[in-house]
Design a protein around this ligand. Structure first.
Ligand SMILES: [Zn+2]
Length: 102
């Protein structure tokens, strides 16, 4: 089983292949070691999210996936146990909406 927080239901439904990303442990220590590379601390104003990263609106932790994120993707935020869905925000950037907060 993959530890990736991205829960793909149907892969690449008619779209272009997703870019893949190598993740490194950034020292996020609020989850067990094996999951650390999937999260990092948000740097605040000026921090830039990659195409494989999304900010959890609940705990303000950056969730990272090994794949590019797209609207409709579902994610699990382990630090706050929220289930999220990726949506396109008013500015065209991807953001996460809470489906269920644990
Ligand atoms: Zn969270």
């Amino acid at each position: 089983m993959s530890a990736d927080p991205l829960q793909l239901e149907g892969e690449n439904l008619g779209g272009a292949p997703r870019r893949r990303f190598e993740l490194e442990d950034t020292g996020f220590d609020e989850v067990p070691k094996k999951y650390r590379k999937f999260y990092r601390k948000w740097g605040g104003e000026g921090d830039r999210l990659g195409p494989n990263e999304i900010l959890c609106p609940v705990c303000k932790v950056v969730i990272r996936s090994t794949r590019e994120l797209r609207p409709g993707d579902r994610l699990y935020c382990m630090p706050c146990m929220s289930r999220l869905v990726v949506v396109e925000g008013p500015d065209g950037n991807l953001e996460a909406k809470v489906l269920y907060a644990g």
